[in-house]
Design a protein. Structure first.
Length: 240
């Protein structure tokens, strides 16, 4: 068996109560990391954390105060933060003409302000420790426009992609790597309602984004749809 690659490392993963975040948390645990499952959903978050020997931490990523409290709790417990995974994200599936401005703001608050705040408050901790890794969960929608996802979600993920690049270039000197991940589609074991062919009257955004594309790999872990994620979570490579 190969050595665990994250032994001695501490990782905070947002939106890890379920979905992709929970699978990332599980893989990090398998690689030996101390993991903080951070989420607004306490009930599911506590269950998920307990199932893998991780620690649940309440966090609303849209709130600066909540970030400060969560990071203080991490430092109090482990004294370090090696990896921040900004995974939490939401998608309110309405095309631009039907999108209420409140929903637009809510999506930017979670998908952009959340990672912004997480990065802002993690950088000083990582710099003081001599380095760290920040992973931002963008999307294929953060790279290209297409008709299967609404414009607001695409705009939030595009913003996250460029936030990642600009942080990466500014903080490389501090040995802090910042990368984004761009999954096309990931199906949880209980397939979400938005997947599949839309019924009559549903918009294109309600359609599964990868409909018509080759079937996803058999494994349902996020690593199978995004193999680049796993090596990038390692603190071994100096820069990507
Ligand atoms: N599922 C996909 O096919 C897919 C594809 C590309 C990108 N993504 C991105 O991957 C990430 C995870 O997606 P998922 O499908 O697992 O989502 P999900 O809806 O299954 O899980 C999201 C988690 O984020 C949490 N969350 C929501 N708002 C929060 C807040 N303000 N503070 C803290 N936690 C909050 C939720 O409670 C939930 O546990 C998202 O950023 C999403 O945009 C998903």
């Amino acid at each position: 068996m190969s050595a665990m690659r994250l032994s001695g490392k501490t990782a905070l993963i947002t939106g890890a109560a379920g979905g992709i975040g929970a699978e990332i948390a599980r893989r990090f645990r398998e690689e030996g990391a101390s993991v903080f499952v951070a989420d607004v959903n306490r009930v599911e978050g506590e269950k998920t954390a307990a199932s893998m020997g991780a620690v649940f931490i309440p966090l609303d990523i849209t709130s600066e105060e909540s970030w400060k409290a969560a990071l203080s709790a991490v430092l109090e417990r482990t004294g370090r933060l090696d990896v921040l995974v900004n995974n939490a994200g939401i998608n309110i599936r309405k095309n631009i003409e039907e999108m209420p401005v409140e929903s637009f703001d809510a999506m930017f608050a979670v998908n952009v302000r959340g990672p912004f705040l997480g990065i802002k408050h993690s950088l000083p901790i990582m710099r003081a420790a001599g380095g760290g890794v920040i992973l931002n969960m963008s999307s294929i929608c953060g790279l290209v426009g297409h008709k299967y996802t609404n414009e607001t979600y695409t705009a939030t993920k595009g913003a996250l992609t460029l936030l990642t690049k600009s942080v990466a270039v500014r903080y490389a000197k501090d040995n802090i790597r910042c990368n984004s991940v761009h999954p096309a589609r990931w199906k949880p074991p209980s397939c979400r309602p938005c997947s599949g062919t839309p019924s009559a009257g549903q918009s294109d955004s309600a359609k599964c984004p990868s409909e018509g594309s080759p079937a996803p790999p058999t494994s349902r872990t996020p690593w199978s749809t995004s193999p680049a994620t796993k090596p990038r979570s390692s603190t071994a490579p100096r820069f990507l």
